[in-house]
Design a protein around this ligand. Structure first.
Ligand SMILES: [Mn+2]
Length: 256
């Protein structure tokens, strides 16, 4: 599939890296719009190499075949069909344009974040949501399935990423979203000094110690994530936060 890419209801972008030395990735994704929903999903086959890729491919083909089903039904179907494989972890999100909702779930450690684009009428409204990750392996051991449903609005961003991407980015983007919002509401443009202060703030946060500051980062955050295309954001996250010891994949979708 070419990037940037669109369905009727979303624009999306994907970036991925194969673990050096391997021929194919065990991290795959699906984006499919059917009559009533858009299904997006990220699948990580256990381990890496061919067997991981085979498990992930089978999961994606099941998702493709039953893409009109609910995320819970899809997880069960995948579990049944993947019993002879190594298994996968995955996150699925189903967007329903008719009532502007999204339902999502994650089994294993595929991360999910939703960044809300709407100006926050009430400062206590959340700017982002995070997916609940239930421990388990599809094809091997399923936890009791739990999906959450939430309202979404035009230009909301959904990000799904495998564990080859450090979850540091979730803190970073969350902080940036809040910061951008506060700056926009106070003085508008962020000054160079604001950005340097922010950089210092990140350096002093021990959970973000792996981050290095660069001009590229500052530009991304100055522009604000909502002004980047899904593909630009996926490329940035993959390049900047991939751990280098596993396959890695990031899917970014913008609700149109
Ligand atoms: Mn992985």
């Amino acid at each position: 599939m070419s990037n940037p890419a669109k369905t009727k209801s979303i624009e999306f972008g994907v970036a991925s890296m194969i673990l050096p030395g391997q021929k194919e990735s065990g991290d795959l994704y699906i984006v499919k719009e059917t009559e009533k929903q858009i299904l997006i999903g990220v699948v990580d086959g256990l381990g890496h190499g061919t067997e991981a890729a085979n498990a992930a491919k089978l999961a994606v083909s099941v998702l493709d075949t039953y893409s009109h089903e609910s995320v819970i039904a899809l997880t069960r179907f995948c579990h049944d069909k993947l019993k002879a494989t190594r298994g996968v972890v995955m996150a699925l999100a189903s967007i329903n344009p008719a009532d502007e909702t999204m339902t999502w779930l994650s089994i294993g450690n595929v991360e999910g974040m939703l960044f809300r684009s709407e100006p926050h009428l009430n400062p206590s409204n959340p700017i982002y949501e995070t997916i609940i990750m239930r421990p388990g392996v599809i094809g091997f051991k399923l936890p009791p399935l739990y999906a959450s449903v939430m309202s979404i609005s035009k230009n909301d961003l959904i990000i799904l990423s495998t564990d080859g991407i450090s979850d540091d980015y979730t803190y970073r983007l969350a902080s940036d979203a809040r910061f951008s919002y506060e700056m926009i509401n106070s003085s508008g443009e962020r000054t160079k000094e604001d950005l340097m202060n922010e950089a210092e703030h990140f350096q002093h946060d021990s959970s973000l110690s792996k981050l290095q500051q660069s001009t590229e980062d500052l530009n991304l955050f100055k522009a604000g994530i909502s002004r980047k295309s899904p593909k630009e954001l996926a490329d940035f996250l993959c390049k900047r936060f991939n751990k280098g010891n596993d396959d890695a994949l990031v899917l970014v979708a913008k609700y149109l």
